[in-house]
Write a protein that binds this ligand. Structure first.
Ligand SMILES: Cc1ncc(COP(=O)(O)O)c(C=O)c1O
Length: 357
């Protein structure tokens, strides 16, 4: 035996990323595959962000600003919150892990509806925590059932809104009603990786929930709407005491200088990014209408993907799509999650799905 991994690592499932197009091409001996498997934006960064990346690359002989002070200040200004209420991390996935490191000791409980984002069970187990899951109802969260399992042992609750992979959403009223029933010794992480794709009517938990509940935190990312998935930069907004505790678990210089510069430029490019989001939302509505016209049933999507709960047919349909060059994300026995891409990509998905089914 080489070394002795902790017992919890032996049983730990590895995170499974979506398959990329090149891999699918190699596996199936095809060309021209498209990837609709990881909820990325289909375009390269907007020009101002690409320029900021190129400029920052010239200075990477130096360490980055560990605290990312300028990026935090820019985010705080954008969000109209105290700079001490914001921290950044290597993707919101990095910050989710930091929350577990900060709050969860061996044997502590972490509560989340399931199915949801795959890292929740992985990170919980990593720190020796115990996952307590609550089944979805028609793809949506049953918050009464979540409240019912939160106890003094619960250190952390994860609520993804929109949820990955079902795309359902919690409004600010839902969240405030939930928080009113949760003890302040439990941290509730509202994971908003896809918030830019929401309707305004859903509300903004940074404005509507955090001022009333200092045990709530909101996580957001530059990976999805802002198109910086490959650079790894996410952020957390919460009470400054929570932010200070979470910061202690950050790997030194975890958000590199290029990522910091790109994120700052992306904040300034807000209008262009909103245009892209508008386009993807319109495409989402078009895809939804086509799928429903073809007889598919699924919850209303609020993110940049659509969830098709096709149950036992999942693996078979996902494989057939992939063999025809459309790579989606299967959740065996449950359904497929399909990212909204360019108009051409979405047309190809719709046509291929119709042919396969
Ligand atoms: C619900 C949810 N939260 C967080 C993330 C992590 O995103 P990132 O680490 O790229 O910020 C994802 C990515 O797929 C997600 O689906």
């Amino acid at each position: 035996m080489t070394g002795r991994p902790r017992a919890t690592i032996d049983g730990l499932p590895a995170y499974r990323p979506g398959k990329d197009a090149a891999q699918a091409e190699r596996e199936h001996g095809i060309a021209d595959a498209i990837k609709l498997a990881s909820n990325e934006t289909p375009w390269p960064p907007v020009p101002a962000v690409a320029a900021a990346i190129a400029e920052a690359a010239t200075g990477i002989n130096r360490y980055a600003d560990h605290r990312a002070s300028e990026l935090r200040a820019a985010l705080a200004g954008h969000l109209r919150v105290d700079p001490a209420a914001v921290t950044v991390g290597p993707g919101s996935a990095g910050l989710l892990q930091q929350l577990c490191l900060t709050y969860v000791d061996a044997g502590d409980e972490v509560v989340y509806p399931w199915r949801s984002f795959e890292v929740y069970p992985v990170y919980t187990q990593l720190v020796g925590g115990v996952s307590v899951t609550v089944p979805l109802v028609d793809g949506a969260f049953d918050l009464d059932a979540v409240v019912a399992v939160v106890t003094q042992k619960t250190k952390l609750v994860f609520l993804a809104s929109p949820n990955n992979p079902t795309g359902t959403v919690l409004t600010s009223d839902d969240l405030n009603g939930f928080m009113d029933r949760i003890d302040s010794t439990t941290i509730v992480a509202i994971d908003e990786a896809y918030r830019e794709f929401n309707d305004d009517a859903v509300g903004d938990p940074v404005r509507d929930v955090l001022p009333n509940h200092d045990n709530a935190v909101v996580l957001r990312t530059f990976s999805k709407a802002h198109g910086l998935a490959g650079l790894r930069v996410g952020y957390l907004i919460g009470d400054p005491r929570v932010v200070a505790a979470v910061d202690k678990t950050m790997v030194p210089f975890a958000v590199n200088a290029i990522a910091q510069a790109a994120a700052r430029a992306a904040i300034d490019a807000d209008e262009e990014i909103r245009d892209r989001v508008r386009f993807l939302r319109n495409e989402r509505e078009r895809v939804v209408a086509a799928l429903r016209a073809a007889g598919h049933t699924f919850p209303d999507p609020h993110a940049n993907f659509v969830w098709l709960p096709i149950g036992d047919h999942t693996d078979e349909v996902a494989l057939a799509l992939e063999q025809r060059g459309v790579v989606v994300r299967p959740f065996s026995g449950e359904g497929i999650r399909v990212t909204i891409g360019t108009e051409r990509e979405n047309d190809r998905f719709l046509a291929t799905l119709a042919a396969v089914i």
